[in-house]
Design a protein around this ligand. Structure first.
Ligand code: CS2
Ligand code: MG
Length: 405
């Protein structure tokens, strides 16, 4: 029997913070897990170092399910993004070890490939409609079949998803306190359908177009927007309303056929149980790093499959290449795969996290036969980029009311 000999947490910041768990077996095989929680990274570091790692030493790393249950039920205080990100990191690392010990990619342990490649969507954003249209065109020229479009809103100084520079949008801002922004739902609702009319007029019906409302509408406002989007048949309208109240999606569903995606902030099946079982959504966004790892996400995806709900994993740059590698192994294998978000990490991050995936013509490919997750971390290089606290922004309505960011 092999045992877990040690484990450590590596925190690095190649442009943004990442938290990586590395678990070592006595045989010298190690596994990696992503534990990055944007804006609250150190909380997960402590949860792992102070509470979880001591419980792992000496355990059999092949007992992935038992260790998952031990960390979930054994904590007494269940669920939540910190707890479930820590459990996810352990779970990813143990699947990585299992694949390496069996000399096979993790997708083979999950039932093998159901497809050769994974359709991804890119992020196009611009300060106004014209710039956003150009950015969508640039992504289509790169071969993307699916593009998310986010635009600046006239009369609002800055909004979610629109970056000043043209590289990918990174919302976490280094500094002593969160940046505050102002928001107007009225200005947004009166404007955003125009963007998608122009996009369809410009690029026709073929490209998959997506949009992220980022938790900012009430259910009836989301119903209105979904209806106004219908002529432009979006691939999905994401996070259209805060989803703690799962039954609120019944109102949206009654009014519109625009497909709904939700769940990047969820962390267990219980956050989505009613949304899935009442078919109130079409895509579940919960990622491997947020949703308790491969083991728990496999259970959620199987539950979702019964109700025609497909996966649409979150894949912003605040999920490390370890999560992307785990996600692609998962995406390749399950039947009810929908789409994978893909925001390319910067070159330095790619250097610190050597990986086996490659974008080509709108799809992501995993290098054949790489055992485990197919990703590594260059600890020596990572040590040169220490953690710097960064906060996600805080959002207020124009009258000062604290609102959803
Ligand atoms: C967004 C993210 O990618 C998405 O759909 O919702 O940009 C999200 O705002 C960040 O991941 C938060 O850290
Ligand atoms: Mg989102």
């Amino acid at each position: 029997m092999t045992t877990i000999e040690s484990a450590k947490v590596i925190v690095c910041s190649p442009g943004r913070n990442f938290v990586t768990l590395k678990i070592f077996t006595e045989q010298g095989v190690y596994g990696l897990g992503d534990a990055t929680l944007n804006g609250r990274e150190k909380a997960v570091v402590s949860y792992l170092e102070d509470y979880v790692i001591p419980c792992l030493i000496g355990r059999d790393p092949s007992r992935i399910e038992d260790i998952w249950q031990y960390l979930y039920k054994g904590a007494y205080w269940r669920r939540g993004p910190v707890t479930m990100s820590a459990i996810a990191a352990v779970d990813m690392a143990l699947w990585d070890i299992k694949g390496k010990m069996l000399d096979t990619p993790v997708y083979n342990l999950l039932g093998g490939k159901s497809r050769e490649a994974v359709m991804v969507y890119g992020h196009a954003n611009g300060k106004d409609i014209a710039e956003t249209i150009d950015e969508v065109g640039r992504h289509l020229d790169k071969g993307y079949k699916a593009v998310r479009a986010q635009s600046g809103i006239p009369g609002i100084e800055s909004t979610y998803g629109v970056s000043k520079t043209k590289d990918n949008y990174e919302p976490a801002v280094r500094g002593d306190l969160p940046k505050e922004s102002l928001w107007s739902t009225e200005k947004y609702l009166n404007f955003i359908p125009k963007l998608f009319k122009e996009l369809r007029d410009t690029y026709g019906d073929e490209p998959h177009l997506l949009h992220d409302c980022h938790h900012r509408l009430t259910p009836i406002e989301a119903a209105r927007l979904g209806k106004e989007f219908e002529p432009y048949h979006l691939f999905w309208m994401e996070d259209c309303t805060p989803a703690e109240l799962q039954e609120s999606f019944r109102i949206i569903r009654e009014h519109t056929t625009t497909p709904l995606a939700v769940g990047e902030v969820f962390n267990t099946v219980w956050d989505a149980q009613l949304l899935i079982s009442e078919m109130l959504i079409d895509y579940l966004r919960t990622s491997i790093v947020r949703g308790g790892g491969i083991s728990h996400m496999k259970k959620i995806a199987s539950f979702a499959e019964i109700y025609h709900v497909r996966t649409g994993f979150h894949g912003a740059t605040d999920l490390s290449p370890v999560t992307m590698s785990a996600a692609l192994n998962f995406d390749l294998s399950i039947n009810n795969f929908g789409i994978q978000e893909y925001m390319p990490h910067n070159g330095l991050t790619q250097e610190l996290f050597p990986n086996s995936y490659q974008f080509k013509d709108g799809f992501m490919y995993l290098e054949e036969g790489k055992p485990g997750l197919g990703v590594d971390i260059d600890e020596e290089k990572a040590s040169k980029y220490p953690y710097e606290r960064a906060y996600l922004p805080v959002n207020r309505k124009e009258d000062g009311t604290l609102f959803n960011w």
